[in-house]
Design a binder for this molecule. Sequence first.
Ligand code: UDP
Ligand code: MG
Length: 324
Amino acid sequence: MDELSEENKIAKPLFDGLLSVVVPCRDEEEMLPIFKAEFLKAMSEMGNPKFELIFVEDGSSDGTLEILRKMSADDKRVRFISFSRNFGKEAAMYAGLKAARGDFATVMDADLQDPPSLLPEMFDALINGGFDSVAARRKTRDGEPPARTFCAKWFYKILNALSPLKFTEGARDYRLMTRRVLDAVLELPEYNRFTKGIYEWIGFKTKWIEYDNVERPAGSTKWSFFGLAVYSLDALTSFSTIPLAVAAVVGILFCILSSIAIVLLSIRQLIFHNSAYGWTSMICVIFFLSGLQLFCLGMLGQYMSKIYLETKRRPHFIVREKSE
Ligand code: UDP
Ligand code: MG
């Protein structure tokens, strides 16, 4: 960063080629003008390179679409895709990345929680550092409810223990990538998308950049606690089949244990003839085992529902309106 002296910043674009920036937005009317101003500031600090902003309007119920229509009419570098209903951030990112024409691409939240000011450092690593992609990671989660931070920590612990891929805590969808990496991301057309997992799965040389959490300047989060919990389970089952194996192993273990118990209990019954004895422990075991069985069934159901959805081959999203 030091080598970017004041005059270099303005004299010449920081990179050659086109940068595509995908911005998923749902109910972001308050944020859009702030976002665009902040983004343009970052671009001018980078010597005004060529870029396209691809806003993906994901079934908003406020004035987001009107603002996007106007923005793209006023500025040819702004494009938008508008969905017929809310398809979720994952679908929005996929739509935007598919539409990207750039030599470089990135995904940014509309709420500026993925600061555009990191771009110069990211480009430096991509162009001079020989990296294929540069990923952003939040070091802190200041300003977030403590319960959410706690669950997120545990989610990453469990995910990493149960998945062959290594997931980084605090990783964002915000990542600058070359065309080659973008094409690789698009080669995974699965319906149940978990982009952070896809990034890990495709590999490539990736540099991590850390930054302090930024709070949303306007608007509010679109994620409920329950929504995040379902998303976490999706993430786990999308990139790991280990939970299935765990269920099987635990099942076998309990079969062995119960066989031993059956033998021991039968012997006791033959010797002492006191069958009413041990009712409490019996109930406990029944409760525990039924719980375990339901859990394993639920796990199986998770995978089955994935198969079900994938085999339908439904589109990820339906476009209602586009800028071009
Ligand atoms: N978003 C979206 N579709 C959704 C939910 C969210 O496109 O169904 C967008 C949202 O407009 C924002 C980004 O995804 O640009 C991140 O959402 P949010 O800030 O609500 O999530 P958080 O930062 O709280 O995890
Ligand atoms: Mg946010």
